[in-house]
Write a protein that binds this ligand. Structure first.
Ligand code: CAA
Length: 372
């Protein structure tokens, strides 16, 4: 039981952290060396959590996969609607059968991992079926606050199956606590964050659940790249620096994608590890503020690279548009007004790499369009 295929999508517009640092009057070394981020992905005007999730799924699903999917679980903390699940829009965009079960799940950045374990129970009971777990988020903290440097946007698609091509997942050790480190009450458009407390909760809970085994790589939920350094330092068997750099490499140019972040770290290892990882067991740590954490492992299978689409992963960092500060501010103002709009036309904004876009919102309903 485990991950059959793993795909990813990240917007092509990014803000260099040095640009942000100069604009905010901060030493750029704080962001690039202290926080460890080089760039962060910024959502484009005609994208949202649904378009990103569909783009991520497009990179891995073939027609046979689509025919075997019995359930879509959509993990997000960037919900579009209090009632309708983003999974319904995504299922429609992917052309999945009408007999598919579609649900949205929430527990901060942990929901994707919770969904993956629920999906594994489902395929245990229905071994011929597969479950598509989508995780998609936009980390938006607002302008000019401590969280601004730890933003990002992106999606992960995971196909869960009985005989996985990529990796077998072990039963995890989990822990939950009622914490107020990071939450977004209904009155607020951005999260309320106690950054120092959130790091303390994260590392405390990691210490509580880690497996005290040496692993060549342990992948982490990475709200910012140097969180890997803090997490690694509390492990019983910390990784050496070259291995730690592999774990955080992709995250350092994407930023926080909340639910997908742990799996972005896994993709970073699959893309950048120097070793053949066949039959290697990697550590995996999921953390969702509020707070829920789980440590589990993934054992990579023969031909595990068949479970990813390497070209689309390599293209994440290709052809990116690096935003100026003015462009970034305009895009995030547009993002906020779009998310709360009842009617908007977005048909002018299609970019060459996009295959599925948000064309308009009418009376609060989202109208998506295939553009390839
Ligand atoms: N040169 C080099 N390094 C510098 C520097 C300089 N000129 N100035 C500062 N630094 C270093 C600091 O020493 C510090 O390093 P250490 O943590 O290793 O000590 C690092 O840069 C950051 O500096 P500060 O701690 O002073 O930064 P800050 O007060 O501005 O806050 C933050 C950082 C808490 C991460 C903040 O950005 C934040 O609140 N982010 C959102 C919350 C978050 O990401 N929490 C993470 C855990 S919660 C979670 O994982 C869930 C989730 O997804 C949100």
């Amino acid at each position: 039981m485990g991950i059959d295929k793993l795909g990813c999508y990240v917007p092509k517009t990014v803000l260099p952290l040095t640009t942000l640092a100069y604009a905010r009057g901060v030493d750029p070394d704080k962001y690039t060396k202290g926080i460890g981020q080089v760039e962060m992905a910024i959502i484009s005007p005609n994208e949202d959590v649904v378009t990103m999730a569909v783009e991520a799924a497009h990179t891995i699903l073939d027609e046979a996969d689509k025919a075997s999917i019995d359930m879509v679980l959509f993990a997000t903390e960037t919900g579009l609607d209090y009632s309708k699940a983003a999974a319904i829009y995504a299922l429609d965009g992917l052309g999945l059968p009408r007999s598919t079960r579609a649900l949205e799940l929430k527990q901060a950045c942990y929901a994707s991992t919770g969904a993956m374990f629920l999906a594994m129970d489902y395929v245990r009971a229905h071994p011929t079926k597969k479950v598509l777990v989508l995780s998609s988020d936009i980390a938006w903290y607002g302008f000019e606050n401590a969280g601004e440097v730890t933003q990002g946007a992106g999606a992960i698609a995971m196909l869960i199956s009985h005989n996985p091509r990529l990796g077998v997942i072990s039963e995890g050790l989990k822990t939950v606590r009622n914490e107020k480190d990071f939450y977004r009450p209904l009155f607020s458009k951005v999260p309320l964050v106690d950054g120092k407390l959130s790091i303390e909760c994260y590392t405390d809970m990691l210490k509580e659940v880690e497996d005290h085994q040496p692993h060549l790589y342990t992948c982490f939920h990475l709200p910012f790249a140097n969180m890997a350094k803090k997490a690694n330092s509390v492990l019983s068997y910390p990784m050496d620096e070259p291995h730690l750099n592999v774990v955080k490499e992709l995250g350092s140019v994407v930023g926080n994608i909340y639910n997908g972040s742990l799996y972005l770290s896994l993709l970073s290892v699959l893309m950048h590890a120097q070793e053949d990882l066949t039959h290697h067991t990697l550590g995996m740590f999921a953390y969702g503020s509020g707070a829920m954490a789980e440590y589990f492992t993934i054992t990579l299978q023969d031909n595990y690279m068949q479970g990813i689409h390497l070209d689309s992963l390599k293209s994440i960092t290709e052809g990116r548009h690096r935003l100026s500060m003015d462009e970034y501010q305009t895009m995030m103002k547009h993002y906020e007004s779009k998310e709360y709009a009842s009617d908007i036309d977005l048909s002018d904004h299609v970019q060459p790499h996009q295959t599925f876009v948000l064309a308009s919102i009418s009376n609060g309903h989202r109208n998506y369009k295939k553009v390839k």
